[in-house]
Design a protein around this ligand. Structure first.
Ligand code: PNS
Length: 160
């Protein structure tokens, strides 16, 4: 049984995330999507909303479940859930530079390995923060987020 964790704050989840989770589900028997929350940071969506949105978007994929991770250590979450790997998507060299120290630290902490998947170039420029900014300023982000996110953003009337 090979189990992996796909972690992130997913505030909000976008199609680049979903693409990586779907590919992880082809590589592992089970994938836990771990929704992290930084309690010092103001998230657009609550942890519960982010978990619900993700469950709507990826809950139908084979072997994929969604769980809140709170503010604990990712390496400990993986150990406690019997996951030997973390799966992360890389969009760019900058992502790689940012991720490698965390991957090394996580391996040092509990031995958990990080597997990097090269993100599809269609979404190489897409990030949750850019989506929030563009949407807030009235831009169209419908190509980059699932319907579950779009409908919630619209109902928040975020642009006004
Ligand atoms: O979507 P994000 O915000 O880029 O996700 C970052 C995340 C949640 C993967 C990262 O912040 C994380 O691993 N947080 C858990 C806390 C932790 O383990 N910190 C030490 C990392 S070596």
């Amino acid at each position: 049984m090979r189990r992996a964790v796909c972690p992130g704050s997913f505030d909000p989840v976008h199609k680049g995330h979903i693409e990586i989770i779907a590919r992880a589900s082809n590589l592992f028997d089970e994938v836990i999507v771990a929704v992290s929350t930084n309690y010092n940071k103001k998230h657009l969506f609550s942890e519960e909303e982010r978990v619900n949105i993700l469950a709507e978007c990826v809950g139908g994929l084979r072997g994929v479940t969604v769980e809140p991770m709170g503010q604990g250590l990712l390496a400990e979450f993986c150990r406690d859930h019997g996951a030997e790997s973390i799966v992360k998507g890389l969009r760019s060299e900058a992502d790689y530079q940012y991720e490698v120290p965390m991957a090394t630290m996580n391996r040092h902490l509990t031995g958990v390995e990080t597997v990097f998947l090269q993100g599809d170039q269609t979404y190489a420029h897409v990030s949750s923060s850019l989506i929030k900014e563009v949407h807030k300023l009235g831009g169209d982000i419908s190509d980059f987020v699932p319907t579950a996110v779009l409908k919630r953003l619209e109902s928040q009337n975020f642009g006004s």
